[in-house]
Design a protein around this ligand. Structure first.
Ligand SMILES: NC(=O)c1ccc[n+]([C@@H]2O[C@H](COP(=O)([O-])OP(=O)(O)OC[C@H]3O[C@@H](n4cnc5c(N)ncnc54)[C@H](OP(=O)(O)O)[C@@H]3O)[C@@H](O)[C@H]2O)c1
Length: 343
């Protein structure tokens, strides 16, 4: 159950935009809260009942820094006036009642105002489909997809009434392309992508903008919290081993920081005419271009197969010439364009 928002680092600024971020106690969500607060938002930082807010509040305090007096001196404890307030909001996105109560408590405190929702809470999974149970799929869909849906449904009526809002979904490059062994996770992010794309056109006319942010690899604690498959079938094991031994280190090497990722979230929130999607990792564009221009899926198929076949994997490379040469530096398996977290 949600408890009322508790005030923290600074006093809210009248008229400042109000943002709710889920999964705000760590990683990308934490960085997004700091970025939004630094840009003057009043941030309601969603986190589960047991989660510590210490790291978030310390990061907000560090971002605020001491404000400068008129004579150029600084006083400890005086917050920069450009940094908005951050409130801890107890919210478990996996439970209807918790999200409903949490968002209602924000709307009660802001006179029915919420300008931005960042549906960020989620966890990763790397598992073969036969290895993961239906319950494993239900669990990740309940948090990564239905958790985002719950937040959207709780906040949308207020945005619609006010004819204004940004609904940011933290998807993934794996929400656009189903990597091997990402079945449960990709399913949850593909679901988010589909919902967001549908809502985009339904709400655009009301100035309520659905925006997807699609990180590639980001250096957070996501891997330590992920669901990892128990034991794939024996005849799948070689592909599993190849993927883990070749792709995971490449992903780690290519990872961005959470702050870099949060800069895209801030852009998604502040761009006067927001795009439908913001891809945060420069290495992923060519791969996805190959997917969408190659309608029988050959471009994506070749890239995905390379992830489980290793360098000598060979196979039928039916990617278009444009994807086989030149700009295709990001196809995983060729350059290591991937993730450190998990995607
Ligand atoms: N890191 C990457 O490489 C990467 C790439 C693409 C997309 N993403 C996406 O980015 C988002 C943030 O991930 P991250 O990398 O920042 O990982 P992270 O540091 O593990 O953050 C995930 C956050 O979600 C929260 N969360 C999990 N289940 C929740 C629930 N039921 N209710 C409320 N909060 C819950 C976690 O809280 P607890 O501490 O309570 O578990 C944590 O604060 C996720 O949606 C992830 O899929 C990450």
């Amino acid at each position: 159950m949600a408890s009322p928002p508790s005030p923290s680092s600074a006093a809210p600024t009248a008229g400042a935009p109000v943002a709710i971020v889920s999964g705000a106690n760590s990683g990308i969500g934490l960085a997004a809260c700091v970025a939004l607060a630094s840009a003057g938002h009043i941030v309601y930082a969603g986190m589960r009942a047991g989660a510590s807010a210490d790291a978030l509040l310390a990061a907000v305090a560090a971002a605020a820094g001491p404000a400068t007096n008129a004579d150029g001196t600084t006083d400890a404890g005086l917050s920069s006036p450009s940094v908005g307030a951050v409130h801890v909001l107890r919210m478990d996105v996996g439970a209807d009642a918790s999200v409903t109560a949490a968002v209602a408590s924000v709307l009660a405190a802001t006179a029915d105002r919420v300008d931005v929702v960042v549906a960020n809470a989620g966890y990763g999974a790397i598992a073969n489909v036969e290895d993961a149970s239906v319950a494993d799929f239900e669990a990740i869909l309940n948090v990564n997809f239905l958790g985002a849906l719950r937040l959207v449904k709780a906040a949308l009526p207020s945005m619609r009434r006010r004819r204004s809002g940004r609904v940011v979904g933290i998807s993934s490059v794996v929400g656009l392309l189903g990597w091997p062994f990402y079945g449960p996770y990709s399913a949850s992010k593909f679901a988010m992508e589909g919902l967001w794309e549908s809502c985009f056109s339904e709400y655009k006319g009301l100035d309520v903008h659905f925006v997807l942010v699609e990180p590639g690899p980001v250096r957070t604690g996501v891997a330590s919290r992920a669901f990892i498959g128990r034991s794939p079938p024996t005849d799948i094991k070689p592909a599993w081993d190849t993927f883990l031994s070749t792709k995971m280190p490449a992903m780690a090497a290519a990872a961005q920081t959470a702050d870099e990722c949060a800069a895209y979230i801030l852009r998604a929130v502040t761009d006067p005419s927001p795009a439908l999607r913001y891809m945060t990792h420069p290495s992923q564009g060519a791969l996805l271009r190959a997917k969408v221009t190659d309608l029988d899926g050959a471009g994506a198929a070749a890239a995905l197969l390379s992830m489980v076949q290793g360098p000598a994997g060979g196979g039928d490379d039916r990617r278009p010439a444009e994807a086989q040469h030149g700009t295709d530096a990001a196809v995983p398996g060729e350059s290591g364009g991937g993730v450190e977290g998990l995607d």
